[in-house]
Design a protein around this ligand. Structure first.
Ligand code: ATP
Ligand code: MG
Length: 176
């Protein structure tokens, strides 16, 4: 796979970002510093209003964009990517939606396998304090109280407040 084309070198990182949290922010900072351009793919883009996927792709876009700008990072773009329940075609689906890229950051075994089979350079994505910084932990804290605010960038908390996200999550999870 060509590592650089006439528009520069780009790397891809994909997550669901439900919501975008401080662990995501740390990994974006690292990956953006290593790449000319970082493409952030919002995975499972078609889902929202579910306990594990409470936020729409557009809301997640806003969270990521505001947090990246707040962190002074400018060399990125964001693309929503719907799931395709046919793994053999998934890389083609990503390619059809994304600007060209050469490297992919991921720890997910399936994602790593699919992109390396397609000829991409797959890199480890560093994890920051995973016990505390996970989407699952943030959603749990959102249901239980106010502690979630310290787990996400300030801009993300502002977006969640603006869309009444905590109340949404509490209602769709039935308080559980
Ligand atoms: P969930 O618990 O909802 O699955 P998550 O924290 O695993 O959320 P995802 O939205 O599934 O986050 O996104 C996965 C991507 O985010 C992966 O590339 C993963 O390596 C990265 N990531 C998640 N948590 C961290 C963290 N603490 N530090 C660095 N990267 C992280
Ligand atoms: Mg995950």
């Amino acid at each position: 796979m060509v590592s650089k084309n006439c528009f520069g070198e780009r790397s891809l990182i994909i997550g669901r970002f439900q919501p975008f949290h401080n662990g995501h922010m740390d990994v974006m900072r690292k990956c953006a510093s290593e790449s000319e351009n970082l493409i952030i793919g919002i995975g499972s883009a078609q889902y929202s209003h579910e306990c594990n996927n409470p936020f729409t792709a557009g809301e997640r876009y806003l969270m990521i964009d505001e947090a990246m700008k707040g962190g002074g990072i400018t060399n990125y773009c964001i693309i929503p990517i719907e799931d395709l329940k046919r793994y053999s075609l998934w890389v083609a689906q990503v390619r059809s939606l994304s600007p060209p890229f050469s490297g992919v950051y991921s720890n997910n075994p399936l994602t790593r396998r699919l992109f390396s089979e397609a000829g991409y350079e797959v890199r480890d994505s560093p994890l920051y304090n995973r016990e505390i910084h996970s989407g699952t932990a943030v959603r749990r804290e959102m249901i239980e109280g106010d502690k979630w605010r310290s787990l996400v960038p300030r801009e993300v908390a502002e977006v969640i407040d603006c869309i009444d996200g905590v109340q949404r999550l509490r209602e769709i999870s039935g308080g559980e």
